[in-house]
Design a protein around this ligand. Structure first.
Ligand SMILES: N[C@@H](CCC(=O)N[C@@H](CS)C(=O)NCC(=O)O)C(=O)O
Length: 244
């Protein structure tokens, strides 16, 4: 059975897994997850009738994998050019935790902004839901509120931006102007580069114009302009490696 990555195309958590698997030469098919509509199917595939679900998910001959790090490690075991080696696992895990904190704060900030902008909300809907017009928008609003209930912590945009700034400083200092976070190119670079999605989404990030504005934190993007430039270099490196 060809492995199937179930993913949300605009989600940084899904994007990082897909980028890593692609660059490691792992062949797979990709299925887009549509919140609510795909939920019964995925629950059935995971044999998980209740409880939280997060994407990406990898379906293959073995037990389904429900965390991007597990998915990437699965890919590493099957690749001739693994992005995580036994001796880098500890450092990569550390940077994945930093990326997670940056993304978590960014997700809350961005979801609030999308919820307050009907155009951005409309653009964020999967095409099948967008076609439903006002009903689709209502479904999108409900989904955004559910995400805020699940991931929000009651604090406002300024607190989220402060959390993001703290993580961005840590990353900038640790990079110290180098091209890669560890000795060579690794999953640490991918996990950190994609964590900038809520600072300034990369040009390849599938977002409509209004949603792109909501995802961008202009002040942070200006303050960490060199980090954003580094991120663009990581994406360019991924593109180069994909065609090798
Ligand atoms: N640790 C997980 C986290 C993934 C994650 O947070 N996914 C979110 C992206 S928004 C998700 O699928 N949320 C859907 C939901 O919570 O219903 C991973 O890296 O795979």
């Amino acid at each position: 059975m060809t492995a199937t990555l179930v993913s949300i195309p605009s989600s940084p958590w899904s994007i990082r897994a897909k980028l890593a698997l692609d660059v490691m030469g792992i062949e797979l098919s990709v299925v887009t997850y549509v919140p609510t509509l795909s939920t019964p199917w995925l629950r059935w595939k995971l044999r998980r009738p209740v409880g939280p679900l997060t994407l990406p998910v990898l379906l293959w001959d073995g037990p389904p994998l429900t965390d991007s790090m597990d998915i990437v490690r699965w890919g590493c075991e099957r690749s001739e050019c693994p992005l995580i080696e036994p001796d880098t696992l500890g450092a990569v895990t550390h940077w994945a935790a930093v990326a997670e904190r940056l993304l978590a704060a960014g997700r809350i900030r961005t979801t609030h902004r999308v919820l307050g902008d009907p155009k951005a909300l409309g653009e964020s809907l999967p095409p099948a839901v967008r076609q439903l017009g006002v009903l689709g928008l209502a479904a999108g609003r409900r989904e955004a509120k559910r995400l805020l209930r699940k991931y929000g912590d009651g604090s406002g945009a300024a607190a989220q931006a402060a959390r993001m700034r703290a993580e961005l400083r840590v990353i900038t200092e640790a990079l110290g102007g180098r091209a890669t976070m560890l000795e060579g190119f690794s999953y640490a670079d991918i996990v950190l580069a994609t964590a900038l999605s809520f600072v300034k989404p990369h040009s390849s990030h599938p977002l409509g114009p209004a949603a792109r504005v909501c995802w961008s934190a202009d002040e942070l993007a200006e303050e960490f302009v060199e980090l954003v430039a580094w991120r663009d270099q990581v994406y360019a490196e991924l593109e180069r490696r994909r065609w090798r």
